[in-house]
Write a protein that binds this ligand. Structure first.
Ligand code: SF4
Length: 326
């Protein structure tokens, strides 16, 4: 590994100053960044450690819940306010990685983590995300874990996070600071589809940093569910995952929020299914119809065609659990 400088940031302004210089990266939990350095995917000149900034808080706001970028995944998943107001987020976090990793990983780092496509990590294989213009090893390779929505001719990778699927479903906002000041971005707009620039994972500019996320209050707490289908029960990425929040009145769905993981380059929100479910009765038949609507436009590759059946089944199952009709 190349030698690098290490410095501790004392303010967000100091971080912005540091990252304006090429070759400088932010480090918090390091659970993905250090992997990248070990694999030779990146070789920064300098790391700015932000762990000492006061950005760990989980606090109620007038209309929601603010979670600082440095809040640990394990802490967020057990926080009383999160469990009471946004249990879907807790469920998704607990489905991710391992307890050891959740004890190190931060909210901001989880949002910024990069794909786990094995060809991305294997530096002797072509990968447009790692090295633009070299090709995509997965396209004709073993693409069992890869996308069925929103892929491009350049990249068919998926975003690996569970937490981000819940935040997309919950209409979270990402709070960002940069030289022009603070701004908010809807979570569903934060991550990108690959298009012609798969090297870009999200819309965070190089000279910006995440301060936290805010989740608006909702009526989904009683009827939330996160379903993760994976090859083994822990420490495995999703083949398909589904985050569901339902606002139910009697047996009628007042509104629904759904997002999927393991299917696209970004957390994949199921807007058509949500529209269909609004005002409908919570029945298995309606859930199956919503799942079929959600699958419009899905496209499989050689080894991941099973996702075309697994995904609608998972959506139906997650809706049944969320509504309590299982
Ligand atoms: Fe690289 Fe994307 Fe292809 Fe994977 S799917 S090899 S990340 S370009």
């Amino acid at each position: 590994m190349k030698q690098f400088q290490y410095t501790k940031a004392t303010s967000p302004q100091g971080v912005l100053e540091a990252i304006s210089k090429p070759g400088t990266k932010i480090i918090a939990g390091g659970t993905n960044l250090v992997d990248h350095m070990k694999h030779g995917l990146i070789a920064p000149d300098k790391l700015v450690d932000i762990n000492h900034l006061p950005l760990k808080g989980i606090t109620p706001t007038k209309s929601g819940l603010h979670i600082g970028t440095l809040a640990l995944n394990s802490v967020v998943s057990e926080n009383a306010l999160v469990l009471q107001k946004q249990p879907l987020l807790s469920m998704a976090l607990k489905a991710g990685a391992s307890p050891q990793l959740r004890n190190m990983a931060t909210v901001g780092g989880n949002i910024m983590q990069r794909t786990r496509c094995t060809y991305f990590y294997d530096t002797i294989m072509p990968c447009n995300k790692r090295e633009p213009g070299t090709g995509c090893g997965a396209m004709e390779g073993y693409n069992r874990m890869h996308a069925i929505f929103g892929a491009s001719g350049q990249c068919i990778a998926v975003h690996p996070s569970d937490m981000c699927v819940a935040l997309a479903a919950l209409d979270a906002q990402v709070i960002i600071t940069g030289k022009k000041g603070e701004k908010r971005m809807p979570f569903t707009d934060f991550h990108r589809l690959p298009d012609d620039h798969p090297e870009l994972d999200n819309h965070l500019a190089k000279d910006e940093m995440i301060l936290g996320v805010e989740i608006p209050d909702n009526n989904f707490a009683k009827n939330s569910y996160y379903l993760k289908v994976r090859d083994r029960q822990s420490y495995a990425f999703a083949l398909v995952s589904v985050a569901v929040g339902l606002d139910l009145s009697g047996g009628t769905i007042r509104s629904a929020r759904l997002a999927m993981g393991g299917v696209a380059h970004k957390p994949w929100r199921l807007f058509e299914a949500e529209k269909f479910l609004a005002g409908k009765t919570a029945t298995e038949d309606n859930f199956k119809q919503a799942a079929q609507l959600a699958m419009q436009g899905a496209k499989a590759y050689e080894y991941n065609a099973f996702k075309l059946k697994l995904a609608p089944a998972a959506i139906t199952e997650a809706l049944k659990h969320a509504s309590g009709i299982v």
